[in-house]
Design a protein around this ligand. Structure first.
Ligand SMILES: [Zn+2]
Length: 270
């Protein structure tokens, strides 16, 4: 329900401004063999009438693009484990959770020695500590930028790099997604600017919560399109939660105004 509600909003933002609605499968972690979840999600979108323009793009088939982008950025290898990063004293003025820069200035000899123990992640050598993005619901939002991981030790390209490369390649100028990703938008916009692009405008929309007050999950009960009774039940339910009228996405376009969207999470009645 959370993904479907966000997808409906993304479709409304796109269609109400004459934009295409693009569909990208972000499967760098799951790989191509994920258990039918992707096919189910695409079928759900189509059943709701959220039709997309062009072909579905899959990140798992685009690693050449990510590798090329990595080659254009100022980066360094990092050999830290998660535990070492948490245990390290944070750098002066660095916000909590920011990478403390342990591996930033190692000598080639030190790198050589560490490489033997552990496969290296690749981090951006950031020259800023914060960056500001424009969000249609949150206004100007300034957030932390640290030496973000661009490729993990296991060779997987990081989401933060992949979305930036894909948005640029697909001509995405507006990103609509859940507001759990608001705090990562400044990093992504900064990366975009480093790669010579213009950061998109964002609309980070409120999440759907389960009865426990945290992000909705499978364990919460009837949370999928099928479980809740299909489009005829779900579309009016989502529309009401957004203060929109209409039984189809096209009908909801009439009078769609981002300024009037709710700013708080929606707790799904179960
Ligand atoms: Zn490190």
């Amino acid at each position: 329900m959370g993904n479907l509600r966000t997808a409906l909003l993304a479709w409304l933002f796109a269609r109400s401004t004459g934009r295409d609605f693009l569909l990208r499968v972000e499967d760098l972690d799951t790989g191509r063999t994920a258990d039918g979840a992707e096919a189910r999600q695409l079928a759900d979108l189509a059943a709701l009438g959220l039709h997309w323009d062009g072909d579905v793009v899959r990140q798992s088939s685009r690693t050449d693009l990510y590798e090329a982008a990595l080659g254009r950025l100022d980066v360094y290898e990092c050999y830290c484990t998660r535990r070492e990063i948490l245990a390290a004293p944070s750098a002066p003025h660095a916000p909590d959770g920011a990478y403390p820069g342990t591996c930033r200035n190692l000598t080639e000899g030190e790198r050589e020695a560490r490489r033997r123990n552990r496969p290296a992640a690749v981090r951006l050598r950031s020259t800023v500590s914060s960056f500001t993005v424009t969000d249609l619901l949150h206004g100007e939002y300034t957030g932390t930028v640290d030496d973000v991981v661009l490729r993990r030790g296991d060779g997987t390209y990081a989401y933060n790099l992949a979305v930036v490369v894909d948005d640029a390649a697909q001509g995405v100028d507006q990103v609509v997604r859940g507001d759990d990703l608001l705090s990562s938008a400044p990093r992504q916009a900064y990366l975009t600017s480093l790669l010579g692009g213009t950061p998109p405008t964002y609309a980070h929309v409120p999440m759907v919560l389960g009865p426990s007050g945290i992000r909705l999950a499978k364990r919460d009960g009837a949370v999928t399109l099928a479980e809740r009774g299909g489009p005829a039940v779900v579309l009016p339910e989502i529309a009401a939660s957004l203060g929109l009228r209409g039984r189809t996405p096209h009908e909801m376009l009439d009078g769609f105004d981002p300024a009037r969207l709710p700013r708080n999470p929606w707790t799904l009645p179960l």
